[in-house]
Design a protein around this ligand. Structure first.
Ligand code: PMP
Length: 387
């Protein structure tokens, strides 16, 4: 009997055994040749996974919030206008954070389950000169996915730097950073990248690096300042020693292992696999007449689902029933809807067996909680997609 539950939350996710082995390897010096090689390989591979051959990658110890803060601290100055496009909890977090750096923040907030229309974003950009625009590719609180393409185009048209919070999307959802003209694509290790929590990862366009070089005031965070980190990234990419803060040696070795696995699968194949998985869950919920927060498939994430509990189903009881069937899913996160929905993460190395087990458990748990419907309909719909 496996002494574990299947972990199907939107991060941390389940990790490949070889990635976990890298974490358990003897820790080397942070300037040992083997580690410098791992660091350099990881920087190189990030550019491939982000599809940004021209970008500047950063690997910094910290969480996704630190990745957000690194972009904010280096690119926003006191008094700069910043437009935050929010589709949930993490958009609002970005707005609050940017204010700490003195930015004049305008928040464009979508109703839960919707996106902000591109026309509304453009209308706002016409009103005044913005320095920065941030948006959440997939908001983990709502499961809403934003299309980065038109936003990248608006960034070019209005000369605004665009920052994509990809904590719940990078290496799962399609992202073509260079082609789409996105200036910063940031993420964390613990989701579709497939490495335990603890790394903040960013790839920054040369345009954004130039804007940072032309700052009038020092960066307001010592730890985040690219003046401290850029020389370290440049040295490691040439397999040369450097130091600012001790790198998370084992996590970076694990990152190298996971990025190799991602590229071995193929980034296009990985996007397609996540899309198929997302479709399987969407079809299953539809067949069970279970509504999800995103109001349409075109803006539903492939990396997680956010289904409402059907009428009469108690959330606590449902989550307990899932646990008793050895599948862990997550409760709601968006404050105004929290008790009304749950979240299923399906990113990283999730395979068909995980999808089938999870949908089977959801069906059984809903029935145990009193939901009346034709049991098996969800599974049938999912299998039609997975077959
Ligand atoms: N942005 C998004 C979209 C996220 O999903 C998360 C984490 N769930 C974060 C930012 C913050 O990341 P972390 O919890 O690693 O700080």
């Amino acid at each position: 009997m496996k002494n574990r539950k299947l972990l199907m939350i939107p991060g941390p996710v389940e990790f490949e055994p070889s990635v976990l082995q890298a974490l358990g390897a003897p820790t080397s010096s942070h300037v040992a040749p083997g580690f410098m090689e791992s660091f350099a390989n990881s920087l190189d591979m990030m550019k491939k996974v982000w599809l940004s051959p021209s970008g500047q990658p950063f690997i910094i110890a910290g969480t996704g919030t630190l990745a957000m803060e690194t972009a904010a601290a280096n690119l926003a100055e006191n008094g700069d206008n910043v437009l935050v496009v929010s589709t949930g909890y993490f958009g609002e977090r970005y707005a609050e954070m940017l204010k700490r750096f003195g930015a004049e923040v305008t928040l464009l907030k979508a109703p839960a389950g919707e996106t902000v229309p591109v026309e509304d974003i453009e209308k706002e950009l016409k009103k005044k000169k913005y320095k920065l625009l941030t948006f959440t590719h997939v908001d983990t609180s709502t499961g809403v996915r934003v299309d980065p393409r038109p936003i990248g185009k608006l960034g070019t048209k209005y000369d605004v730097l665009t920052v994509l919070d990809g904590v719940c999307s990078v290496a799962g959802e399609e992202i073509r950073q260079d082609e789409w003209g996105i200036d910063v694509v940031l993420t964390a290790s613990q989701k579709a990248i497939g490495v335990p929590p603890g790394l903040a990862l960013l790839v920054v366009s040369q345009k954004a690096m130039e804007s940072w070089r032309n700052r009038k005031t020092p960066v307001g965070s010592y730890y985040c300042d690219w003046n401290n980190w850029l020389p370290v990234m440049e040295a490691y990419s040439q397999r040369k020693p450097s130091y600012f803060g001790t790198p998370a040696v084992n996590l970076i070795m694990a990152l190298e292992t996971s990025l190799k696995l991602i590229l071995k699968e193929g980034i296009e194949e990985r996007f397609a696999r996540h899309e198929k998985t997302g479709n399987a869950f969407r079809s299953a919920f539809r067949a069970m007449s279970v509504k999800t927060i995103p109001s349409g498939d075109s803006h539903s994430a492939n990396t997680l689902s956010a289904p409402y509990y059907p009428e009469g189903v108690n959330g606590q009881e449902f989550l307990q029933a899932m646990g008793s069937m050895d599948v862990t899913v997550a409760p709601g996160l968006l404050p105004e809807l929290k008790p009304k929905y749950f979240r299923v993460g399906h990113m990283g190395s999730v395979n068909s067996a995980d999808v089938i087990s999870t949908i089977g458990a959801i069906e059984a748990a809903l029935i145990r909680c009193g939901y009346k419907y034709e049991q098996g309909e969800g599974m049938k719909a999912a299998l039609n997609i997975l077959k």
